[in-house]
Structure formats: C-alpha cells, structure tokens
Write a new protein. Sequence first.
Length: 291
Amino acid sequence: MINPFLKTEWLREGRNIRLPLLIIFYIAIMAFIMILFMVFNEESFQQGYYYNTTTYQYQFLILSTFQIAAVLLLTPFTVSRLYVVDKEKNMLEQFEMIPGISVQYVIAKMTLVLAVHALLFFSGLPVSALSCIYTGISGIKLFRLGAMILLYAFWSGAMSIFFYTVCRKSVGAFAATLFTQLMFILGTLVLAEIFRNGSLMMNGSGRIAPEVVGLCLLCLLLNPLSAYMGFYGSVTGDISIFGTFCSHLGIDTSNKWFILLFYKVSSLICILVGILFLVLSIWYMDKKRKT
C-alpha cells in the first residue's frame, strides 16, 4: 500500500511553483560556474599554455563541492516546507494520536527530502557531465558524487526532521538543526584539538597518548567532512591537507587500514547518525501519543 503521507506530499510539491524555481536557479548557478571555467580556460589556451586535463580536475571538484554544500544549506528549508502546513493547521498533533502512523509519517518526510535532492542532482547532470568531459574526470566520479549527495541529504534531512518534529516553533527547529550540524562539522574538530592539547599538557614526553589518538580518530569519524575528504581524494588523488591535520592529531594516514576503512566507516557513521535521528523522531511521536 502506498504511504498516504508520501502521496499527499508528492501532490503538494508537484503543484507548488517553488520546486521548479529551485531547480532553475540551481542549474543556472551550476551553468554560470561552468561557463566561468570555460572562459578562463579558453584564455589560457589562446596564450599558448600547455593543456593538461589533470590541472583542471579542481574545477570539477569546485562544482561538486557547490552541489554538496547546497544539500546542507537547502535541506533545512526543504524540511521546513514539508512541516509548515502540518504545524499551521495543528495536524501534527492529530497525527501523533493515531497508533502506528509515526513510522509512515517520518519515512514520507525523509523520502521527499531524498527525492528533491535526487531531482536536483539529475537536473544538473548535463552540466556535471560536461564538466567531467572538459576536465578529463572519469564518469564514475559522477556516480560517487550522486551517492555523496544522497548521503548528506539523508544525514542532514534526518536531523531536520527530528528537530521539526520536536520543536513547536519552526524558527527554533531551524536554529537547532544548524547548531547540531555545526557541532558535528566544527565541534568534533575543536573537541579533537582539545583532546590533543590536553594529552600534550599531561604527558611530559611531548607525544600524544594512544588512547587520545583513538578519541581524536573517533571525533573525525563523526565528522561528515571525513566522508567528503574521501571523495576529494578520489578526484584529486591528493589528501595532503587532511593528512597534515591527521598527523597533527597523531593519526597515521599512511596506514593501510586507515586507507581501506576510514572513509567507508565515516560514511557508514553518517548513515547510522541519520537512522538514529529518524528513530528518535518516531519515538517522540509515539511518546506524545501515549501521554
């Protein structure tokens, strides 16, 4: 049986002009960035510079980074649109009173978030494909980019759904979502630095304790930017910046287990964090029904 909430949301989004406008502006920005790159490269060719496609891989990376950053910025607004009608008409409180409806409700919201970002990705695929051809990037990177976009959409969307379910005011839910995302992105880096400095202060040998290195590694695994650094490395073949930061924390990035597992485990943790927030959303709705 089709999820009734999902069917309703599909109809609501399909009849709204906001989604087509969002797609138009999204593609326009991507096309503008790509045109700038092409104009800059054309001037370089006319001046007789040596053409090497590997030197232009960062242009594809910049375009991809824009798409990934757009996911984190647009997801709270997307979830806000999905909840605004239910909150204005007090329908969320009524849904919470129906046994077993919370799972369908949360899954419908999450599916819509993933569908919107998948639609944006496929809409911008011609520009991304042109960037791949122009910069000499393998087409496989496009599939990885799509997976990264869905990964971050799920991670950010699950957080947004939780806070829009728990908070009564949309402003409070939006602020809580952004704060939580910043805590995962920047807070884990600050926490790892605190662990490192604390270990150096307590250890007179000037070396970071292995236990502290493990804590720093855990902080990096919780940071969603670690999954992005895996994508960065696959495009450029160079993670010297990330490697320097890891060595600063006492983490050996040349270890074969780190290379084999770190980025995969980081992506898996992003999925697990998203599942945790979805489970908490369902638990909260069930708890409201029982009380």
